[in-house]
Ligand binder design. Structure first.
Ligand code: GLA
Ligand code: ZN
Length: 675
């Protein structure tokens, strides 16, 4: 079965003692021990201190921090500090700073600021990682490496332009191939030589000032691929440097859910384990957070992940930084665990005194005492987690539904000029995810490039807005359905190839035969407009955003547009029998009631575990060696009564739980081992 990455549930988080005098550290050790914290993530932003000049390295402060943590029995997640360059480096080598979308070369400042293709940055980044690994790699307390921090953003400097051309030369054989791929006869954009190709920022091919539109979307999509690869190379630079001196300790970097800039499926292949930072706003839907957890599990093929950061209570960078209500932080921690987390970590352990994050919550607040609500809630959770021992670690989350999430599609769909500016990739994926979530049906978030055999573990694969169909994808999907699989896709699917050129011959292109429909046109609805669709059983649902005009080619009609438009009474949802399986095409953005109708029909067709619960109450399952753990999480501040599915023992309270009617308190959590 699963290897357990950690010997216990890591419970801790970012800790920055270098911002404080030493007396404070000793006080921290007492307080953190009292809070049942067992781990500290250190050295995230200390490059300036570790290398105060180009010639000099100084590990004395870090040595002292490590020594103190070891003496006090803390496990350590050791970061490499490369997410913010030191001022001397920016002064002596301006190339290490980024050039932005507006073409402005940046001076020293901020963080996450290095040009990923600066040879100076790469050399010094590797060197620092290597020195850290030499010095601390063998320490038993160092249980994980944390490379850099929250990679992301873009650089458009000359070094990046040069590296981009090399990247293009690897991808395309000749400049003629590039011209063909990007359809450059449009607006006379033909390139004669590689050095005529520039990063697509505001000085180049971007349309508008926010990287949302491009003359040549193929170029902009390639640039996003290239930037993701460039930063991944920064990650692997450091990873490989660490590996030279530390052959075993797992290495990660903290990801950010549906963050647009990086193709996390590609990244996860280079990471020993995934970790991520969960910062929902006060009004983020619970289903959205659940989807992010599932995506972070999905990018590494279902492996458990680390919850590297969450705030104990308050954030500082949202427009409205509401407190987590009493009990809410605990519920959110278990929500993460229910979806695959094996660690619970915070940003941060001690609240900083100055600078931009001074009002970001922490375990130890400015009050500097254990006598706070947040401290008490943290300490109680820590106690609970330590009592759980290793029981929850390594659990997998079996799912019969896979939802495709694909960064190329994310980028390409959002560069498309037309048909509707309100069309957003993650929003479309989340609508489908949420429909399954409302019924507590487990979902895996999967990539586009699974083979038919790999997809066969799912009864159903759903690919909302599968706009770009990359080579091999249609073949594998077709084979999967032929063999008995079921597939759902929607409007804005099957439109373009990997270079963003339309597949000629009728939408949805390569998926046309599989779906059994031809989409002749798609209408765009402004936000003030919506229509109604009518299912065969007379159920109705609102629809909006985009309305496809569909001609069935063998597919059966499940729903039509109701009155009001020139396409009234024409098909909008269709079902096609194909080989031993079937497909459903949804030609519009259905409101929740329409998606619920579809999911209910699927539930009666398949034998899925599913549970009806009030909104915001989740039931999920993780399977571990020979046992199944059922997680109940009430994400809401309201008590409720639910129908609980299994008899067993609640690991948190130690009490027996019967199947059947059960009352649930506000923010209640149970982890029930099935009898
Ligand atoms: C991110 C960063 C942390 C910190 C937190 C604050 O996740 O990784 O360094 O800035 O945000 O929410
Ligand atoms: Zn650059």
């Amino acid at each position: 079965m699963e290897t357990k990455q950690f010997k216990q549930i890591l419970f801790g988080g970012d800790y920055n003692p270098e911002q404080w005098p030493k007396e404070v550290w000793y006080h921290d050790m007492q307080l953190l021990t009292k809070a049942n914290i067992n781990e500290a993530t250190i050295n995230v932003f200390s490059w300036a201190q570790l290398q105060p000049t180009e010639e000099k390295y100084d590990f004395s402060t870090l040595d002292a921090i490590v020594k103190l943590l070891v003496e006090n029995n803390f496990q350590i997640v050791l970061a490499t500090s490369t997410a913010a360059v030191p001022a001397w480096m920016a002064k002596r080598y301006p190339e290490v700073e980024r050039t932005d979308f507006q073409g402005r070369h940046h001076r020293f400042g901020e963080r996450h600021n290095a040009c990923p293709n600066s040879p100076v940055f790469r050399m010094y980044g590797r060197r620092l990682a290597s020195k850290l690994a030499q010095r601390y790699g063998e320490l038993a307390n160092v249980v994980c490496w944390h490379v850099s921090n929250e990679y992301g953003g873009q650089c458009y400097c000359d070094n990046c332009a040069k590296a981009f051309r090399v990247w293009l030369q690897r991808r395309y054989n000749s400049i003629a191939d590039v011209n063909q791929a990007w359809n450059t006869n449009f607006w006379g954009h033909t390139f004669y030589d590689w050095d005529e190709i520039f990063p697509p920022n505001e000085l180049g091919d971007a349309i508008g000032s926010d990287n949302s539109n491009s003359t040549i979307a193929g170029l902009s999509i390639d640039y996003r691929r290239f930037m993701s690869d460039s930063m991944l190379q920064n990650y692997t630079d450091e990873r490989d440097a660490i590996r030279e001196f530390d052959p075993e300790t797992p290495i990660t970097t903290n990801l950010m859910g549906t963050f647009k800039d990086l193709d996390y499926f590609k990244w996860a292949r280079e990471m020993n384990l995934v970790s991520w930072d969960n910062y929902p706003a006060y009004n983020t839907p619970f289903s959205y957070t659940a989807m992010c957890h599932d995506l972070m599990r999905g990018v590494k093929n279902g492996a458990p992940f680390m919850l590297m950061e969450q705030t104990p209570s308050q954030q500082n960078w949202q427009p409205f930084n509401s407190l987590k209500r009493p009990g809410q932080m605990r519920a959110m921690s278990y929500q993460a665990m229910a979806h695959g987390a094996d660690t619970i970590q915070y940003f941060q352990l001690r609240q900083s005194r100055g600078a931009t994050e001074k009002f970001h919550g922490a375990v130890i607040s400015h009050a500097d005492t254990d006598n706070t609500r947040v401290f008490r809630e943290t300490a109680t959770l820590g106690q609970e987690l330590s009592a759980l021992g290793t029981e929850t670690l390594g659990g997998r989350t079996p799912a019969k539904v896979g939802i495709i999430f694909d960064w190329d599609n994310y980028w390409a769909l959002e560069y498309a000029s037309g048909p509707n500016v309100l069309l957003k990739y993650v929003d479309q994926i989340h609508r489908y995810y949420a429909a399954f979530y409302r019924q507590n049906i487990a979902v895996d978030m999967i990539p586009t490039d699974l083979s038919a055999e790999q997809m066969a573990q799912y009864d159903l694969v759903v690919a909302p807005v599968l706009y770009m169909v990359k080579p091999g994808v249609a073949e594998q999907l077709t084979q999967y359905v032929k063999n008995g699989g079921h597939f759902i896709t929607t409007f804005m699917s099957g439109l373009v190839d990997e270079h963003d050129n339309v597949d000629i011959g009728g939408y949805p292109g390569q998926l046309r035969e599989l779906m059994g429909v031809w989409v002749e046109e798609f209408d765009a609805l402004p936000p003030e407009k919506s229509y109604q669709v009518k299912f065969n059983d007379q159920t109705t649902s609102r629809c909006d955003l985009i309305c496809d005009i569909i001609h069935p080619e063998g597919a059966e009609v499940l729903a039509t547009y109701d009155k009001g438009e020139f396409y009234q009474d024409t098909p909008v949802v269709t079902k096609n029998k194909f080989g031993a399986g079937s497909t459903i095409y949804v030609g519009t953005q259905l409101a929740d009631e329409g998606l619920d109708h579809l999911v209910n029909a699927l539930i009666s067709e398949f034998d899925w575990e599913h549970y009806t619960t009030p909104a915001g109450i989740e039931i999920t399952r993780r399977v571990n060696d020979d046992q199944a753990l059922y997680y109940l999480v009430n994400n809401t501040n309201e008590p409720a009564t639910i129908d609980w599915p299994v008899a067993g023992v609640d690991l948190l309270s130690g009490q027996a739980v019967a199947a059947g009617e059960m009352s649930v308190a506000a923010f209640d959590v149970k982890i029930v081992r099935k009898r």
